[in-house]
Design a protein around this ligand. Structure first.
Ligand SMILES: *Cc1c(COP(=O)(O)O)cnc(C)c1O
Length: 431
């Protein structure tokens, strides 16, 4: 399968190249040249299929033959070695728990899949690849964990000092081996700006192969389409229209859901649930797309002012505003509403959500007001203990730490402090 750049100023390229480069030379995001729907029978018999079988069939066309079928099977099996349960709250609302992976955030699946693809492409290559990534919290841990020990790949993670939770910091600074953490005296935006500068710096890129591991990379973005299929497998006999409410930041996850729909998955509608960083909510109301600097909220993984994957969504709908609007709704919620939702979910259903999931729940409720016959699934994108301060304060109850989290808490943090782009450059050149 070939991929083209959405800026249309760069040549088409292979899956392998798209993964290694991350972004096209014209700075556009890569998009697959074809999407071939799966046979109808595949969805009719989905409950008989295993997760790995579903995932393999769904992603095969985007990856094979550059990764041979047998290798892809192993990659998919390794990636999906944990559960994706649906928890029903009532007849109209369920949640799909995406936090049972090693770092308890949904980004584990994309990070693990991408790491294994890159590892395969790099096995006979003596040129190392450096994965450079800025994180506001969850991406760093998932990428560190997913890429740990992958041959020929070095990972450098930039995080804003004092602005990630203790648990998140432990997850990204304690692994060692091929994973290096840089503690930046600055904000997440500063970290991201440094990473962008590095990708444009010829003296760096002529000396090393740099790539990114956020959802602009096709190997991190596409495997997210599995979740929607796993949810459908568990819910297809509810006999209601299935809609998904996706807590959205960079819009990689909801866009992957739309890819699942393009493959034929019978999804009725999508809801992009936002915090006050609501560029897409405003766009669907006004047909004016106006990015803004990000605002800080309690659902901080969605504090994105200019979502990088929205351009892929526009491509799926051929830039047609009306078609998009028929398939996507978007709502925006304040921190106060989010906290009230956390409490409501706990009191009404005895279920502990995290702030991102709570925003998704609110999206379901808003949609169901006008579509009471639907069944809405909100994605629980992180385990509640990753946002312990907020969650324990709202529900006024201590939460037990899961084993995955407990395991990193006693480890020793190793990070290099940096303050400027030049510090980053010197680190990369001399590491
Ligand atoms: C990254 C993240 C999101 C947002 O996902 P996008 O694909 O960027 O829209 C939502 N919730 C959590 C917990 C995340 O880590």
């Amino acid at each position: 399968m070939n991929y083209y750049s959405l800026n249309k100023q760069a040549p088409d390229t292979t899956f392998k190249n798209a993964v290694i480069k991350g972004l096209a030379p014209d700075k556009g995001l890569y998009f697959p040249e074809r999407i071939t729907p799966l046979p109808k029978d595949f969805f009719a018999t989905i409950s008989k299929r295993s997760h790995t079988e579903i995932a393999f069939e769904a992603i095969k066309q985007f990856v094979v033959p550059e990764i041979p079928e047998q290798v892809l099977k192993t990659i998919v099996e390794d990636t999906l070695s944990f559960d994706f349960p649906i928890v029903k709250l009532n007849d109209n609302i369920s949640t799909l728990e995406l936090f049972h992976g090693p770092t308890m955030a949904f980004k584990d699946v994309g990070a693990r899949f991408m790491a294994r693809c890159l590892g395969y492409f790099n096995q006979d290559n003596d040129k190392e690849v450096t994965v450079l990534v800025a994180t506001s919290g969850d991406t760093g841990g998932a990428v560190a964990n997913g890429f740990l020990g992958v041959k020929g790949v070095n990972v450098v993670i930039l995080y804003p000092s004092g602005k990630v939770s203790d648990i998140q910091e432990k997850q990204l600074t304690t692994l060692g081996q091929n994973i290096k953490a840089l503690e930046v005296d600055g904000t997440f935006d500063d970290c991201q700006a440094m990473v962008k500068t590095a990708f444009l710096d010829d003296t760096l890129t002529s000396k090393m192969q740099l790539t990114s591991a956020n959802s602009i990379n096709v190997a991190r973005w596409l495997p997210q389409l599995f979740y929607f299929m796993f949810a459908y497998k568990q819910l297809h006999n509810t006999h209601k229209d299935i809609v998904f409410s996706v807590p959205s930041g960079n819009f990689g996850n909801v866009c992957a859901g739309m890819m699942a729909q393009q493959l034929g998955l019978p999804i009725k509608h999508f809801i992009a649930s936002n915090n006050l960083n609501n560029v897409v909510t405003r766009y669907l109301q006004s047909n004016v797309y106006e990015p803004k600097p990000s605002l800080q909220t309690i659902s901080n993984a969605m504090d994105v002012g200019a979502p990088s994957n929205f351009i892929r969504i526009q491509e799926i709908y051929k830039n047609n505003f009306e078609t998009l609007k028929n398939n996507l709704s978007s709502y925006s919620f304040t921190d106060e509403a989010t906290k009230a939702a956390l409490l409501e979910i706990y009191k009404s259903y005895n279920y502990v959500a995290d702030p991102h999931g709570a925003v998704g729940y609110l999206g379901c409720k808003a949609y169901l007001e006008t579509h009471p016959e639907a069944h809405c699934v909100f994605l629980e994108t992180a385990h509640p203990t990753k946002f312990l301060d907020v969650v324990e304060a709202v529900i006024a109850e201590k939460q037990p730490l899961p084993a995955q989290i407990e395991a990193v808490m006693d480890k020793t943090k190793v990070a290099t402090a940096i303050a400027t782009y030049n510090d980053l450059k010197q680190f990369l050149l001399h590491k």
